[in-house]
Design a protein around this ligand. Sequence first.
Ligand code: INI
Length: 161
Amino acid sequence: MGEYRAHEGELDATGMRLAVVAGRFNDHVTERLVRAALETLERLGLASAGVPVVWVPGAFEIPLVAKRFAESGEIDAVICLGAVIRGGTPHFDYVAGECAAGVARTALDTGIPIIFGVLTTDDLEQALERSGGSEGNKGAEAAASAVEMVELLRRLGKGAL
Ligand code: INI
């Protein structure tokens, strides 16, 4: 392959206005995601004291609050954190599907990065693995994705292409 021009956002959160929306359902998991997200933001230069964390009943409610933040004009990106665990209930597909669709739609409708840090797993064990266990922490990844996207969009907005 020949030369090409790559564009990637940098991981410096200094001065960014970020918000977290977290689902209380399965909060023993989502609490671990929230903590990892805030720790990551601290590491990337943003004091967690300045990052609002809004708890909603469950993943289904996340998009509505994310939309409120995105439309406020005061937030650069929203980090959505939740845990939808199948556990043999058909409810899973509705909750997980609507949450993902709502998050995606809100990002496209508002132009603000709405990051999908919502675990969708078959069981609790998988959820624990992905919230600080053997598979890392989706909350930390989501926080880094938010910072990267804010920086990337800023750069593209300045005509970097
Ligand atoms: N919400 C979740 O965040 N995770 C789940 O696993 C879950 N399950 O399995 O039902 C869940 N349901 C609640 C849902 O998000 C709403 O809060 C509820 O339906 C009220 O609208």
